[in-house]
Unconditional design. Structure first.
Length: 367
């Protein structure tokens, strides 16, 4: 049996791994042992799993693998940020970013090869969409980072927080997202709390409701505009799920867990969405709601005409929101010298939809 026919145990949460062991005639409790070996002890083979019998280890060698994403490159920023490019097959690649901070280490991970939502200020959207990442490819980014980064001073793994803010729309890869969240939360694998995991979405309303029911982790919403007319231009999914519908879903999500706030991401685009009138409209939407605003200075990328709002404008925008009683922060730009800042992740993506359209046009032209 070659590796392509073997099961990659890296992407199996506990219930799926228990079923796997039952399928090969073993006790389900073996799943807990193997989870710990893979995700906590960084085992990359079965021979080191000494609390498993030799016969079971041999059986695992024949039917399973532990296969991590393959790194193609690593870049380090002057501010300590690290970015990896991971191979995702067929000439594709995705990016992952580690942001070290006092008291925590945040890993920004990808969920898709590219993105189909085409937000106008995002480098990932400009690349188009190829495919969803598997659960193993998603969790593998965390596993790899913990393997290669030095442990924290208390001996814990480097990654303390995970944000689904890399390439792709996580809620458009819902099944694999849920399995990845299961692994991140499990005490037998990464043991992260729900507050240390953030899923960022452009606003796929039905999936927000599903996520709230099935795995109520921290939620961040890419808002970026205070009215439908402007948001239709910046975030095209708004034409399907307009602001009022999106916000209703957010308040329902927040109500399902005590003291839950929704973070609204708002990229600051010069002379586009950064006026005090925009701030007033935003305050009217969020006043007296469980909301936090994270203002994000725009990070430029090749081929995009947007410009970053002036620092004074961002400061005035934030001050107005705070005067209205709305919690507001400005995200510190990290890793922009290696194109690792928010909105800059592009990886290597061959747009599957555009390629198919191009192939159809070629066939018609040559017919």
């Amino acid at each position: 049996m070659n590796n392509t026919e073997k099961v990659n145990l890296l992407g199996l949460p506990q219930s799926a791994l228990e079923n796997f062991f039952a399928g090969i005639g073993e006790k389900p409790f073996r799943a807990r042992q193997v989870l710990q070996w893979i995700h906590q002890r960084n085992a990359d083979g079965f021979d080191v799993m000494t609390d498993l019998s030799k016969s079971l280890r041999s059986k695992l060698d024949e039917s399973a693998v532990i296969q991590l994403p393959k790194p193609l490159s690593e870049q380090a920023s002057v501010d300590g940020t690290v970015k990896w490019l991971f191979e995702s097959g067929a000439g594709q690649a995705v990016e992952t970013v580690f942001i070290p901070e006092p008291g925590r280490g945040t890993l920004c991970i990808s969920s898709q090869v590219g993105c189909a939502l085409d937000c106008s200020f995002c480098a990932t959207g400009a690349q188009g969409f190829n495919r969803n990442l598997t659960t193993a490819e998603i969790v593998g980014q965390v596993n790899y980072a913990n393997r290669v980064l030095p442990a924290r001073p208390n001996g814990e793994p480097a990654v303390t927080n995970v944000v689904f803010m890399g390439m792709g729309e996580p809620l458009a890869n819902f099944r694999n997202l849920l399995a990845a969240l299961d692994l991140l939360l499990s005490d037998f694998s990464y043991g992260l709390s729900r507050r240390r995991i953030t899923v960022s979405t452009s606003g796929i309303v039905p999936q927000i409701h599903k996520l709230g029911d099935e795995c109520n982790v921290s939620l961040a919403v890419s808002l970026h505009a205070p009215n439908d007319e402007l948001r239709n231009q910046l975030v095209p999914i708004n034409r399907i799920h307009p602001i009022a519908t999106l916000l209703d879903a957010c308040w329902i999500y927040a109500a399902k867990r005590a003291n839950r706030f929704i973070t609204f991401e708002y990229v600051m685009l010069r002379d586009v969405n950064d006026s005090l009138d925009h701030a007033r409209q935003l305050a009217d939407l969020l006043r007296d709601k469980p909301a936090k605003i994270n203002l994000i200075p725009f990070n430029p990328f090749s081929g995009n005409e947007f410009r970053r709002s002036h620092a004074k404008v961002i400061g005035a925008f934030q001050a107005f929101l705070r005067e209205q009683g709305i919690v507001s922060t400005t995200r510190k730009t990290r890793g922009d010298d290696i194109d690792a800042a928010c909105g800059q992740l592009a990886g290597k993506v061959s747009d599957r939809i555009r390629n198919r359209l191009s192939e159809k046009k070629t066939k018609v032209a040559t017919a």
